[in-house]
Write a protein that binds this ligand. Structure first.
Ligand code: MG
Length: 105
């Protein structure tokens, strides 16, 4: 399954489960993506225990998966070409200078 297919499938599941019954603002959805990253940070700070939801995975893996799922859901809802943008940005990044010309992070 490529990223485009995942985007459609993730969004279908979210719609079927009622997460788009009411309109959601871009700001709200972007912050929900950030909250998944915050949960990933909390998992890391807690020593990255086993996930209680997905067998055989760590909590950090679970929260990063949640982050990607929310990103894909948002992209599909807004008609964004995330897979194409990722490919385009990867190609751009490959051509950039070492540490982008001196960036610290
Ligand atoms: Mg989560």
């Amino acid at each position: 399954m490529d990223l485009r297919e995942m985007q459609r499938k993730v969004h279908r599941t979210a719609v079927d489960h009622g997460w788009w019954d009411s309109p959601r603002s871009t700001g709200e959805v972007l912050m929900l993506i950030v909250t998944e990253l915050a949960e990933a940070m909390e998992a890391y700070r807690a020593g990255n225990p086993e996930s209680e939801q997905i067998s055989g995975f760590s909590k950090l893996e679970e929260e990063l998966a949640d982050t990607v799922i929310r990103l894909l859901d948002f992209a599909e809802e807004r008609g964004l070409r995330l897979e194409e943008a990722v490919h385009a940005k990867m190609a751009y990044n490959e051509g950039r200078t070492y540490r982008h010309g001196g960036k610290l992070a």
